[in-house]
Design a protein around this ligand. Structure first.
Ligand code: 5GP
Ligand code: ZN
Length: 138
């Protein structure tokens, strides 16, 4: 098996594990963006969030929700930025779904999620909404 996060889940590669639950493992990022940078991963391999089984998605978000407060408190942080790089084009480097929880402080020099994007848009909200509702069957 070549997936590095599957190997961490199985204990074949060492990691600083902070939570191990029935469907989810959380461990420290080996190259942290800030002290307390945690990765939360489903135990079952899935490359993209769209590939997650509903039960795995539920468990993943439950663990993220459960850990957000303790991570913030343990590091004395003011908040956390929580995000997923979902697909090659987004900068995802490990093709096993993982949620980043990164502690934040008021003057830490990092931006919000909005700062990732140059805000290039061309379509009306109504057109985009219609297209997404059609694709989602909603
Ligand atoms: P991505 O860019 O795919 O969203 O994030 C992958 C993250 O995994 C990176 O922040 C990287 O530092 C982390 N990472 C890569 N290899 C390992 C590893 O072997 N162990 C741990 N703990 N983290 C890793
Ligand atoms: Zn995997």
């Amino acid at each position: 098996m070549s997936c590095i996060f599957c190997r961490i889940v199985k204990g074949e590669i060492p990691a600083e594990v902070v939570a191990r639950e029935s469907d989810v493992v959380a461990f420290l990022d080996v190259q942290p963006l800030a002290d307390g940078h945690v990765l939360v991963v489903p135990q079952a391999h899935a490359a993209a969030i769209e590939d997650l089984e509903p039960v795995a998605a539920d468990a993943l978000f439950r663990t993220v929700t459960r850990l957000a407060g303790p991570v913030r408190e343990a590091l004395g942080a003011a908040g956390t930025t929580i995000g997923i790089n979902n697909g090659d084009a987004t900068g995802q480097t490990i093709p096993h779904v993982h949620v980043h929880i990164v502690p934040r402080w008021p003057d830490d020099g990092a931006g919000s999620v909005h700062t990732i994007f140059p805000r290039k848009t061309s379509r009306a909200l109504s057109d985009v909404g219609k297209a997404i509702r059609k694709a989602a069957g909603s």
